[in-house]
Structures are given as structure tokens and as C-alpha cells.
Design a protein. Structure first.
Length: 114
């Protein structure tokens, strides 16, 4: 069973930045489209960014221009650089394939204070 582990979350002031990382227990990140998801308090989980094996990226309108997704297949790693963070970005962030094919990891909590 492939395991996903997210890290890099924390508490940041509005306008600040964080860099999230996702590591897979074995080589699956290079297998196809990977994505970063988030679940804000009281809301459903949503896809915020995805990246294809060839590096093509797509972003939710709410994060476009502020977030950057990247992948390092050699390290089975994927990152999410988050800049100009807003309180509305407060959520638990998860990585998975897109569409979702794997069990969810524990996620990493991002809290943005105003």
C-alpha cells in the first residue's frame, strides 16, 4: 500500500509564504497526474493544483498566481509553494493522484491569521 506523507504546514500571517512537501513511500509520483487538495473547516475537500507527468499545471481560480506546484520524480516528491497567503487558505492540505486513487495521508495543517 502506497503511503503519502505531507509536511511543511504551520501558522503564518496573511501575506506570508509556506512550502508544502509530499513524499510517497514508493515510486508513484512519476506515474501520472498528481494534485494538492485542501479541506477548509466546514467545507468539502477541493483540488487546488495538479501537475502532469510532463509538468503541465492547473490551478483553482482561488489560488492562481499565488501557488506553484512542482514535482521531483527522482525523489518521489511533490511540492506546493504558497505565496501571498490569505486567511481563506486556512485548511488541511493533502496530496494524492488526480483523480484520487490512493488512500489519504494525514495532511498538513496550514493556518493563516489576519
Amino acid at each position: 500500500q502506497v503511503q503519502l506523507e505531507e509536511s511543511g504546514g504551520g501558522l503564518v500571517l496573511a501575506g506570508g509564504s509556506l512550502r508544502l512537501s509530499c513524499v510517497a513511500s514508493r515510486s508513484i509520483i512519476s506515474a501520472g497526474v498528481m494534485g494538492w487538495y485542501r479541506r477548509a473547516p466546514g467545507k468539502q475537500r477541493e483540488l487546488v493544483a495538479r501537475i502532469s507527468r510532463g509538468g503541465i499545471t492547473n490551478y483553482a481560480d482561488s489560488v492562481k498566481g499565488r501557488f506553484t506546484i512542482s514535482r521531483d520524480d527522482a525523489k518521489n516528491m511533490m511540492n506546493l509553494q504558497m505565496n501571498s497567503l490569505e486567511p481563506e487558505d486556512t485548511a488541511v492540505y493533502y496530496c494524492n493522484t488526480a483523480p484520487v486513487l490512493l488512500n489519504w495521508g494525514k495532511g498538513t495543517l496550514v493556518t493563516v491569521s489576519s
